[in-house]
Design a protein around this ligand. Structure first.
Ligand SMILES: Cc1cc2nc3c(=O)[nH]c(=O)nc-3n(C[C@H](O)[C@H](O)[C@H](O)COP(=O)(O)OP(=O)(O)OC[C@H]3O[C@@H](n4cnc5c(N)ncnc54)[C@H](O)[C@@H]3O)c2cc1C
Length: 360
């Protein structure tokens, strides 16, 4: 350990990516400083928290689903143990086919060995309770779960405060300078400064060459006058039972305006989708309506690694709509890079976009 340094790592952003990365770095004995502006606009704070390894209409499994699931389950259990709270629980999902062709896709995937863990048995329309969205039957899906992202962020914030490693303020990259001892910020000498700024990394002067594809999303928390199913139900839109009669309903996708303002159109869309999934006549009372921006990327894989020209400046972000599943595994890979210079998995390494950096 270099005693000239004040910190080994400064992590900018205490969303899910920054929190988990900082936690793991701290566990490995690194001196970490977390800087977060403490605004409510983090995607992690409003995310539904769903893990679904086989998402989307085409029922495509996330390529690293096994490694990601294993790391996610183990890390969320460890965090629960260390912080004295349960953050993650497995929760099955009932998927309703949204059109007849999806039945063929299911049959094809179900025959493939690497999908068998996730795709359960099929049911016909008549076998499932008569909700309007159930026109073509569906299937049961395994390997899904739900993370209480808000609870986890709050518990980690408290932990980082308790060990004096959290600074709640805005971070400006223009105040970082390079010296031969390391990077300098606010009078501190630091080896690595890592951007975990969510969709705000798009404005980061060191990483503006990376191809983001961000989307805005809105989610409702509702109370139903009816008993809710145990499992999540999805046909593209989804409902997530939270316990008692509370549920979350989501999510919208919108690519034009990237802000965190809620809209009456999204509320109407999500309400009617929830009623389709729960049954006509269900009465829903609104408890909360939130919006945020997903930091998606053009090739749907995260951005991780260090800047090609400025030593010590790194990025760990671009988790799109799958951060709950993917962040634990890739944070572990990033820690191995920081500690032992182990190469990152190619799919997340920003080196795949070096041609964009070179051509400005
Ligand atoms: C509506 C919606 C629903 C979602 N549902 C799911 C889901 O069910 N499952 C799932 O896996 N994913 C979901 N996601 C995606 C998930 O939220 C992200 O993948 C993940 O939370 C991203 O975490 P992050 O830490 O990279 O970014 P963020 O959570 O956005 O965190 C970035 C943090 O950095 C801080 N920050 C940024 N710039 C600065 C600066 N210059 N100075 C100081 N602080 C700064 C911000 O305040 C923030 O706290 C959803 C996203 C949205 C918008």
């Amino acid at each position: 350990m270099n005693q000239e340094l004040d910190f080994d790592c400064l992590v900018v952003g205490q969303g899910l990516a920054g929190s988990i990365l900082s936690w793991l770095l701290h566990k490995h004995g690194q001196r970490v400083l977390v800087v977060d502006r403490g605004s409510k606009e983090s995607a992690s704070a409003i995310a539904a928290g769903i893990i679904n390894p086989v998402a989307g209409r085409r029922l495509v499994k996330y390529p690293q689903a096994e490694a990601c699931l294993e790391h996610a389950r183990s890390l969320y259990a460890d965090l629960g143990h260390d912080l004295g709270q349960t953050f993650y629980r497995e929760q099955p999902m009932t998927r309703l086919f949204d059109r007849p062709e999806q039945q063929e896709t299911w049959a094809k995937r179900k025959g493939a060995k690497d999908y068998q863990t996730y795709l359960g048995s099929r049911f016909e329309r008549e076998q499932y309770s008569p909700v309007p969205a159930n026109q073509f039957g569906g299937f049961y899906q395994h390997g899904c779960g739900h993370l209480d992202t808000r609870g986890l962020l709050a518990a980690l914030r408290k932990f980082f405060r308790s060990i004096n490693c959290l600074t709640e303020r805005d971070f400006s990259w223009h105040h970082v300078s390079t010296t031969q001892d390391g990077l300098k910020w606010n009078g501190y000498t630091i080896k690595h400064v890592i951007s975990c700024e969510g969709f705000r990394s798009r404005n980061n002067p060191y990483f503006s060459w990376l191809p983001y594809q961000c989307s805005k999303g809105e989610i409702l928390t509702l109370e139903s006058d009816r008993h809710l199913p145990d499992s999540m139900v999805s046909n593209g839109k989804w409902v997530l039972p939270l316990g008692g009669n509370l549920l979350r309903a989501g999510a919208t996708y919108q690519w034009q305006t990237l802000d965190s303002l809620i809209s009456t159109e999204a509320e109407a869309t999500l309400r009617s989708a929830a009623i389709e999934l729960l049954g006509t006549g269900t009465h829903l009372t609104l408890h909360e309506h939130v919006a945020g921006v997903r930091a998606g990327t053009r090739d749907k894989h995260p951005f991780a690694g260090f800047h090609p020209a400025v030593t010590g400046i790194g990025i760990f972000g671009g988790f799109g709509s799958r951060g709950v599943l993917t962040i634990p595994y890739y944070a572990d890979c990033f820690v191995q890079l920081v500690l032992d210079d182990n190469p990152l998995p190619g799919e997340i390494d920003i080196a795949r976009y070096l041609d964009r950096y070179a051509t400005g």
